[in-house]
Design a binder for this molecule. Structure first.
Ligand code: NAD
Ligand code: IPM
Ligand code: MN
Length: 362
């Protein structure tokens, strides 16, 4: 299979973990006789420095023509005081919107051997396996903020959703639940927000189309609590953009580290952008210690969702599992008697597993 992948390293550890994705894809290409071609483009702070904008037109064009996009992370203190339109994060929001990537899938599964890496009790974390379906191109992130008023002391952000925007993400979540354990929790703030009331109505209407899925509505505040006190009650969670952003970082605690969570941002036709849930981690950038697992698992999601290469995706996931089972881990995972390694070595172990495991099948 021939596929063209655009790489957007971005900033901070994004630049480091994107190399891990590339190494893994080279190994997969070699083992399964695929041809992956790569093209690297700038986004975020790196693009601001080079082109004066967080999302150059050339980047949007290249992504539009690619079979899939892999993104590291954007942002960093260097650009924190820039005006809003010149912040790295604008580049990320811009590419999501430009490609209409409205469905952000964030799977969260505790690895067996890492249960003790979570600060939560093992018996709480054990068996947790959930998917957050986050709406990605609407809500507060895409409202038009007002100018500062009252001498700069007042400002308005708007949270708006159309029926169509809610329907398509809710459909996606119902379909995901059908492929999993058949339970959907729709998370909102319908006791306060009008947008949440419409969201709830639409979920209620839709459920007749998916009789094999059980549905529950939950408020976002108590859901935040239940996610870390009784996570096994969740299968698929569907929620609006900002709630999904916050809940997914919280849920990463189940896995032991934010450095473990991958994500897929999709639209209908299979084109997707794949990126870790974490950010550019300025506190550890440049040290070679970032956990590459979130990026590598995002690469597996790309193979599964955009290229329909299930065996290849599964091999990557097995490789991660096996390397973690052998005790190898980066410093973000609090493991007492494991084997502490950096980004490059962790990646190498994963790549080696892919090569030897596949060779042993021939
Ligand atoms: P962050 O996710 O970058 O880091 C939070 C904490 O988790 C840090 O202590 C960091 O060291 C650690 N961490 C994150 N990923 C890790 C990994 N792979 N390995 C080891 N440790 C890891 O969040 P933040 O510090 O709040 O934000 C930093 C910058 O990143 C900001 O500019 C923010 O806007 C940006 N950001 C970008 C994305 C993205 O590009 N998708 C996502 C989140 C935050
Ligand atoms: C994420 C990030 C982004 C978001 C930021 C960097 C704009 O936190 O991908 O989770 O809020 O969507
Ligand atoms: Mn986030």
């Amino acid at each position: 299979m021939k596929k063209h992948v655009v790489l957007l390293p971005g900033d901070g550890i994004g630049k480091e973990v994107i190399n891990s994705a590339k190494d893994v894809l080279h190994a997969i290409a070699e083992e399964f006789n695929h041809e992956f071609s790569f093209e690297t483009h700038e986004i975020g702070g790196a693009a601001i420095d080079q082109y004066g904008t967080p999302l150059p037109e050339s980047t949007v064009e290249a992504c539009g023509q690619a079979d899939a996009v892999l993104l590291g992370a954007v942002g960093g203190p260097k650009w924190d005081n820039n005006p809003s339109h010149l912040r790295p994060e604008r580049g990320l929001l811009g590419i999501r919107k430009a490609l209409d990537l409205y469905a952000n899938l964030r799977p969260i599964k505790g690895f067996k051997n890492l249960l003790h890496a979570s600060p939560l009790k093992e018996e709480v974390v054990s068996g947790s396996d959930l998917l957050i379906v986050r709406e990605l191109t609407g809500g507060l992130y895409f409202g038009t903020p007002s100018e500062r008023r009252d001498n700069g002391q007042s400002v308005v952000d708007t949270l708006s959703y159309t029926r169509k925007e809610i329907e398509r993400i809710v459909d996606k979540a119902f379909q995901a639940a059908q492929q999993r354990r058949g339970h959907l929790t729709s998370v909102d703030k319908a006791n306060v927000l009008e947008s949440s009331k419409l969201w709830r109505e639409i979920v209620e209407e839709k459920k007749a189309q998916y009789p094999d899925v059980t549905v529950e509505h939950a408020l976002v505040d108590s859901t935040a609590m239940k996610l870390i006190t009784n996570p096994t009650q969740f299968d698929v969670i569907v929620t609006e953009n900002m709630f999904g952003d916050i809940l997914s970082d919280e849920a990463s605690v189940l896995t032991g580290s934010l450095g473990m969570l991958p994500s897929a941002s999709l639209r209908e036709d299979g084109v997707g952008l794949y990126e870790p849930v974490h950010g550019s981690a300025p506190d550890i950038a440049g040290k070679g210690i970032a956990n590459p697992v979130a990026m590598i698992l995002s690469t597996a999601l790309m193979l599964r969702y955009s290229f329909e290469l299930e065996a290849e995706a599964k091999l990557i996931e097995d490789a991660v599992q096996s390397v973690l089972d052998s005790g190898f881990h980066t410093s973000d995972l609090q493991i007492s008697n494991g084997r502490l390694v950096g980004t490059a070595e962790m990646t190498k172990h994963i790549v080696d597993y892919i090569k030897t495991q596949n060779a042993s099948k021939c």
